[in-house]
Write a protein that binds this ligand. Structure first.
Ligand code: CDP
Length: 571
C-alpha cells in the first residue's frame, strides 16, 4: 500500500483498532478490510455470498488504493461496537430550557462518536425578553452558545476527536450584533465556527443602503431595524480581524432544499459544506482526484473511465453506510434513513492540476473544475437511480421535489465537497479543492531533527529536471512560495502556485465552479495576505454572493494567534 509515514502516524493515533493496553491490533490494510466488510454487509439480503465477497473486495480496493475514502467516523467506527459512521449532524434548538438542554445532551452523544454538530440559535428569544415561568429575563442566544461550548470542551470525544460545532444566527435576529462580535477575542467559544445566516432581503438592503427589519422569533413581529450596510461592514470587520464570522446564504440553502415538505434548512454541519434539516445526519466520502490522471505518451489527461467507475462504487458504498450506521438518537435514525442523503466529493484537486500542468489560478482550471464536478454529479445521480431500481427510492421521496420530476433517486442528495482535513493526510494529497498550501515545509521530529516534507509531484519534477537539492527545499519552505527562485524554470513556477500566490478572486471563482455542480455545499477557505484590507474582504463576500456560492469563509494570514499552518516559519 502506497501510504506515507505521516499517514501511518495519523492512523495509529486515532483510527486503527486498539486493545485495552492501547496497542494497535490492526494495520492500515486491516482497517480498510474491517471497513469494507462492515459496509458491504448492507448488501447481504440482495446478493449471493459470492457477490458479497466481491463487493467487499471492490470497497477494499478503492480505499487501499487511496482512490476513495469515507469520512473519518466511518474509518474509525465501522465494524466496531460504536458503529456511528457520519461526520455531519444538525440539531434543532427549541426556545425553552428543556429544548436547549436536550440539544446539549444530544450534541454530547454525537461528539462522543466523532460526529460534528450544527445548530441554528435563531429560534431562541432575544436577550432581555421575558421568561413567563419565572418572571425573569432571557439571557439570549450568545450566552447559551457559551454553555454548548463548555459542554463540548468537557466531552472531548472519548478517544476519537474533539467535537466541532457550527453556530448560526439569522441576520434578522434581534441579538445579531452581539453574535457577530462574539468571537472578536479568539480565545472565546473555541469549539464553534460561527456564521451569520444571510437572507436575500438583507443583501438587497445592503445593496441599496437601506434599513432592514429585525424579527422577534417567538411572534414573527418586527422588533427593530438596523442599517444593512452598517451590519455588513461589522461582519466584514470581524472576518478581517480573525476570520469569523463566515456568512451563509440561508435562502439559497432552502432554494435547493429537495424535501421542503419536511421542513426548513436552518443550519449546516461544522465546516459549512452540508446543509441539513433538524435531526438529519449525512455521511461523506471523497474521491482522490490526484489518482484520476492518466499519462498517455507524456501527455497527461483526466481518466474519466476510471473516475466513473470509482464514482459508482463510492455511491454504492456511501448508500450502504446509511444502512449499517448506528445512529445516536431515534429521531436521527428516522430522518437520515428517510432522506438517505450522501455527500460524495473530491480531494487532491490542486495535485491533479499540477499533474495536468494547469495553474490553479487560470480560467482553464476553473473550466476543468466545472467539467470534472458536473461529471461526478451526473454519474453519482445515475448510480443512485440504478440503486433505486434495485433497493427502492428514499422513503421520503413522496415529500421531495423529485416526485414531480419523476426522477427516482435512492438518495435525496449525492454530492458535497468536504474539507478532507484528515482524509487528505491519509491519502497524501492536497486537501479538498484548496490550492497547495506549501511546496515544501519543515517538520520538527523527535530529538529536534528537522524533516523536509516536499510535495511529491514537485519533488518528482525537480529530480527529473535536475534542480532538486535539500538546501533549495529548505529555502522554499522558509519563503512559502517558489516564485522568484532563479534555479526553478518559469514553467514550473507557473504551475506550482500556493494559496498565497493566488489572488482571492481565483479562490472564489474555484469555489463557485465546484458549487455549480454540487447538490449540497462546498467547503473552502479564501486565503488573504496579511496586508489585505477590509475592502478586500468585502469584495470576496460580494463576489461569492454574486456567483451563487452558498456561503463563504475567509482567512487573513497571521490574523489569529493560533494558526494551524504557517508558511515561512521553521517550527
Ligand atoms: O477528513 P475528515 O473526514 O476527518 O473530515 P473533514 O472533511 O475535514 O470534515 C468533514 C466534517 O467532519 C466536518 O464538516 C465536520 O462535520 C466533521 N468534523 C468534526 O466533527 N470534527 C472534527 N475535528 C473534524 C471534522
Amino acid at each position: 500500500m502506497n501510504i506515507t509515514e505521516n499517514a501511518i502516524r495519523v492512523l495509529e493515533k486515532r483510527y486503527l483498532a486498539k486493545d485495552e493496553n492501547g496497542s494497535c491490533i490492526e494495520d492500515p490494510a486491516g482497517m480498510f478490510r474491517r471497513v469494507a466488510k462492515a459496509v458491504a454487509a448492507a448488501d447481504k439480503e440482495y446478493v449471493s455470498e459470492e457477490e458479497l465477497k466481491e463487493i467487499e473486495q471492490e470497497f477494499y480496493n478503492m480505499m487501499s488504493n487511496l482512490e476513495f475514502l469515507p469520512n473519518s467516523p466511518t474509518l474509525m467506527n465501522a465494524g466496531r461496537p460504536l458503529g456511528q459512521l457520519s461526520a455531519c449532524f444538525v440539531l434543532p434548538i427549541e426556545d425553552s430550557m428543556e429544548g436547549i438542554f436536550e440539544s446539549i445532551k444530544n450534541a454530547a452523544l454525537i461528539h462522543k462518536s466523532g460526529g460534528g454538530t450544527g445548530f441554528s440559535f435563531s429560534r431562541l428569544r432575544p436577550k432581555g425578553a421575558s421568561v413567563n415561568s419565572t418572571g425573569g429575563v432571557a439571557s439570549g442566544p450568545v450566552s447559551f452558545m457559551k454553555v454548548f461550548n463548555a459542554a463540548t470542551e468537557a466531552v472531548k470525544q472519548g478517544g476519537t476527536r474533539r467535537g466541532a460545532n457550527m453556530g448560526i444566527l439569522r441576520v434578522d435576529h434581534p441579538d445579531i450584533m452581539e453574535f457577530i462580535t462574539c468571537k472578536r477575542d479568539n480565545s472565546e467559544i473555541t469549539n464553534f465556527n460561527i456564521s451569520v445566516g444571510i437572507t436575500e432581503e438583507f443583501m438587497n438592503a445592503v445593496e441599496n443602503d437601506e434599513e432592514y427589519n429585525l424579527i422577534d422569533p417567538r411572534t414573527g413581529e418586527v422588533a427593530g431595524t438596523l442599517n444593512a450596510k452598517k451590519v455588513f461592514d461589522v461582519i466584514v470587520d470581524m472576518a478581517w480581524n480573525n476570520g469569523e464570522p463566515g456568512i451563509i446564504f440561508l435562502d439559497r440553502l432552502n432554494k435547493d432544499n429537495v424535501t421542503p415538505e419536511l421542513g426548513e434548512i436552518e443550519s449546516t454541519n461544522p465546516c459549512g459544506e452540508q446543509p441539513l434539516l433538524p435531526y438529519e445526519a449525512c455521511n461523506l466520502g471523497s474521491i482522490n482526484l490526484s489518482s484520476m490522471v492518466k499519462d498517455i505518451d507524456n501527455s497527461p489527461e483526466v481518466d474519466y473511465d476510471k473516475l466513473k467507475t470509482v464514482v459508482w462504487k463510492a455511491v454504492h458504498f456511501l448508500d450502504n453506510v446509511i444502512d449499517v450506521n448506528k445512529y445516536p438518537l431515534p429521531e436521527i435514525d428516522e430522518m437520515t434513513r428517510g432522506t438517505r442523503k450522501i455527500g460524495l466529493g473530491v480531494m487532491g484537486w490542486a495535485d491533479m492540476l499540477c499533474k495536468l500542468n494547469i495553474p490553479y489560478n487560470s480560467q482553464e482550471a476553473v473550466d476543468l473544475a466545472e467539467k470534472v464536478m458536473s461529471f461526478i454529479q451526473s454519474e453519482s445521480r445515475k448510480a443512485s437511480i440504478k440503486l433505486a431500481e434495485k433497493k427502492g427510492v428514499f422513503p421520503y421521496y413522496d415529500k421531495s421535489i423529485y416526485k414531480d420530476k419523476d426522477i427516482k433517486l435512492r438518495n435525496a442528495t449525492t454530492t458535497t465537497i468536504a474539507p478532507t482535513g484528515t482524509l487528505s493526510i491519509i491519502a497524501g494529497v492536497s486537501s479538498g479543492i484548496e490550492p497547495l498550501f506549501a511546496i515544501s515545509y519543515i517538520r520538527n521530529v523527535m530529538d529536534n531533527d528537522e524533516l523536509i516534507e516536499v510535495n511529491p509531484i514537485f519533488k518528482k519534477i525537480a529530480l527529473e529536471e535536475g534542480f532538486y537539492s535539500d538546501d533549495l527545499m529548505k529555502r522554499i519552505a522558509k519563503k512559502g512560495t517558489i516564485k522568484g527562485f532563479s534555479e526553478i524554470p518559469e514553467s514550473v513556477q507557473k504551475i506550482f502556485v500556493t494559496a498565497h500566490d493566488i489572488t482571492p478572486d481565483w479562490h472564489v471563482k474555484m469555489q463557485a465552479a465546484f458549487q455549480k455542480y454540487t447538490d449540497n455545499a462546498v467547503s473552502k477557505t479564501v486565503n488573504l495576505a496579511n496586508q489585505a484590507t477590509r475592502e478586500d474582504v468585502y469584495d470576496v463576500f460580494w463576489h461569492a454572493y454574486k456567483t451563487n456560492c452558498k456561503g463563504v469563509t475567509i482567512y487573513r494570514d497571521g490574523s489569529r494567534d493560533m494558526q494551524v499552518l504557517n508558511i515561512g516559519k521553521v517550527k
